[in-house]
Design a protein. Structure first.
Length: 684
């Protein structure tokens, strides 16, 4: 650059002959000026090549890559912006008039500092202007340039984000963890570096998942590998120093120990195998060679041990999830029976089922669903009872689910694998009782459990599976049959009582002999159909309010609903007493339905039948009822007729639905599930 400036001064000092008229400028003088200009440009290009060569030399000397790339480019831009005018002055790319005062008319020596200051200030000005533009953006608008700048990653960051191999250097490993899991950004992501027996080790875990007692036991055992004062565990006696091994050209090595007998081995045993088999005292330990697998294991609650110089890690399943105790579910209470129920932890739920079915042929297959949540889904079945075609069908549908995640667990999974659309009736049965789930497993059903949910799906299911309750099997056969009939009557009343009563009241000629008293004795200010609709909406509103009301206030809310609303509405003449009474009977039948999902579907059906009876009278009620039966008969749950054994009719199975038979008389399983082994009692 100094040669260039001296050359410019020399050119400027040469007096150029200027005549008053244009004719005085001769052709040789113009050619000389053009040749000087071309010569200066060639010198600038040569200087640019020298700068490039110097940058390559600095790169080989070990300077940082970012500094190596930015500095030559910046110098290149500065040189490309220099131009030479006719008089030999070095000017900026933004050309100024020679007559005006500016950098172009100053001496080259005094121009250099000002140009440097301006070039330094220009990025700052551009940054400030960009910030001002960002501040002017309204809250509802988006600045596309800013968003693109935030999302833009360097090629190195993209490479680390997609890397699946475990780096042998801890510096590269931490950079990869920073890009993939947010190390040093998320406060609960921990990477603890320690040295055991001379081997540098890194422990990677999520703070909230790590089980302190198990990890403390592991670390205590590992600490015995190094006694201090140069004494090491006996398995480390034949190990070379890691630094000496690297400096000798052996490289970082891999998990298998490289080419030499001692490279990557401790006393003849590879380091990974030594830690796995001898030094980590835990029952669930697994080796992993992929970084993605390690991250998934840690995300599921485990901890990972990395070893510098080796491309394998050890995953220890030492986790502790926040979970509640097993207690009886509120929706499936019984007078006699077990009081435990499923919780939000998958392993606890699996253990409750294993405790009841100790058959080694009980299979529990685990898969993951959700690109981001990676929710654990367990498929349970008994291999020599369940139809394997059904198992494969369920597995294929679950594995074919491609979603971001399942934050609502089993309900979202049900909609993904069943796809019932706008059908209000449930195509799967839910249960939170381990004894109910175990009974269905023995009948040949498939059970689907989703982590973070206490509800378990039972597949396939029919309409009559939703009307059975565990209390019926906890009593004697006669009492159990009686309870079942009462429940059936309550469910039927919850669907058909209100539409039938409305038909009888609106059409007196339909009243049977002896039932002339049925119907309101006086008229109310609101029509009957309006009373039913208002009362139905009021009951649903009270039910939702009860869910969100604290337990101490639930009694007060019931008194307000019963006395202040119901009684006053009747006394003021807005409602009829019989409407309140029959609606209360239908509501009790709804609450007596064992399946909460079926009770909600029956409530929607009751409103539809009521509207059809009010608009079209008897033909409307008959057509709506027929449509309901046909609609339910056409539904199928995993190729299983929804109304079986009523449609298609199966006498023996229908008898088992209506009557609770003694336990020892039920010698075969139902034919619905196409079980491989139909016998309930082993042959003697």
């Amino acid at each position: 650059m100094q040669k260039q400036l001296k050359r410019a001064k020399l050119i400027k000092s040469i007096p150029l002959r200027r005549e008053d008229h244009v004719e005085a400028h001769t052709e040789p003088e113009k050619e000389r000026e053009e040749s000087l200009k071309e010569q200066l440009k060639e010198e600038l290009e040569a200087k640019l090549e020298e700068i490039k060569e110097e940058s390559l030399a600095e790169k080989s000397a070990g300077k940082s890559r970012r500094a190596e790339l930015v500095l030559p480019e910046r110098q290149k831009e500065e040189l490309e912006k220099l131009e030479i005018d006719i008089e030999g002055n070095i000017i900026h790319a933004h050309r100024r008039d020679p007559g005006k005062k500016g950098p172009g008319n100053q001496e080259p020596g005094s121009q250099k500092p000002e140009n440097q200051k301006q070039e330094k200030k220009e990025p700052e000005k551009q940054r400030l202007e960009a910030n001002k533009e960002n501040r002017k953006v309204s809250p509802g608008e988006k600045n596309d340039k800013t968003l693109r700048a935030q999302k833009r990653l360097t090629p190195r960051e993209e490479e680390l984000k997609e890397a699946d191999a475990i780096p042998t250097d801890f510096g590269e490993l931490k950079r990869a963890l920073e890009e993939q899991v947010g190390l040093h950004k998320s406060f609960d992501v921990i990477f603890r570096e320690m040295v055991f027996g001379g081997q540098k080790t890194g422990v990677f875990y999520y703070n909230g998942f790590a089980k302190d007692t198990a990890l403390i036991s592991v670390l205590e055992r590992l600490s015995y590998a190094d006694y201090g004062q140069g004494k090491r565990h006996e398995a480390f006696d034949g190990r070379e120093n890691l630094d000496e091994r690297r400096s000798s050209g052996a490289g970082a090595g891999d998990a298998r120990g490289g080419d030499g007998e001692k490279d990557g081995k401790l006393g003849g045993l590879p380091i990974i195998d030594l830690f796995d088999e001898a030094l980590i005292p835990h029952i669930q330990v697994e080796k992993a060679s992929k970084l993605g697998k390690v991250i998934d294991a840690v995300g599921a609650g485990g901890s990972a041990f990395f070893f510098e110089g080796h491309s394998e890690a050890i995953c220890v399943d030492a986790k502790s999830f926040p979970a509640r105790n097993t207690e009886e579910p509120d929706l499936e209470r019984v007078v006699r029976g077990s009081r435990d129920g499923f919780v939000e932890t998958l392993m606890t739920n699996v253990t409750l089922v294993r405790r009841r079915i100790r058959d080694p042929r009980l299979k529990l297959e685990l898969t993951k669903v959700g690109q981001r949540t990676k929710s654990d889904v367990c498929i349970a079945y008994i291999s020599d009872i369940c139809d394997m075609e059904l198992v494969e069908s369920v597995k294929d549908k679950i594995q074919g689910v491609e979603v971001d995640g399942l934050p609502l667990a089993e309900k979202q999974l049900e909609e993904a694998i069943v796809g019932k659309g706008w059908n209000p009736y449930p195509m799967v049965r839910y249960s939170e009782r381990p004894d109910v789930v175990s009974a269905h497993l023995l009948e040949g059903h498939v059970i689907v459990m989703v982590d973070t949910s206490p509800s378990v799906m039972i597949i396939p299911t029919t309409f009559f599976h939703h009307v059975q309750h565990a209390e019926e099997y906890r009593q004697t056969p006669l009492v159990g049959s009686y309870l079942r009939w009462v429940r059936f009557l309550g469910i039927a009343a919850s669907i058909f009582l209100l539409p039938l009563w409305y038909l009888i009241v609106s059409s007196p000629e339909l009243k049977p002999v002896g039932l002339e008293f049925v119907g309101p004795q006086k008229e109310a200010l609101i029509p009957l159909l309006g009373q039913f609709l208002i009362a139905e909406l009021g009951i649903d509103l009270m039910r939702m309010a009860a869910v969100h009301t604290p337990t101490p206030l639930a009694t007060a809310m019931g008194l307000v609903a019963a006395i202040m609303i119901g009684d006053i509405a009747v006394k003021t003449g807005l409602f009829v007493n019989e409407v309140i009474m029959y609606l209360a009977v239908a509501a009790v039948g709804t609450f007596a339905t064992p399946s909460y999902e079926l009770s909600l579907a029956n409530r929607i059906t009751r409103l539809g039948l009521l509207a059809a009876a009010a608009i079209f009278r008897v033909p409307g009620f008959v057509l709506a009822s027929t449509f309901l039966v046909v609609f339910l008969s056409l539904q199928r749950s995993y190729n299983t007729p929804y109304m079986w054994p009523f449609i298609p009719f199966n006498l023996k199975a229908m008898y088992d639905i209506l009557v609770r038979r003694p336990f020892l008389t039920m010698k075969t399983r139902m034919s619905l599930n196409k079980t491989s082994d139909r016998t309930r009692q082993p042959a003697k």
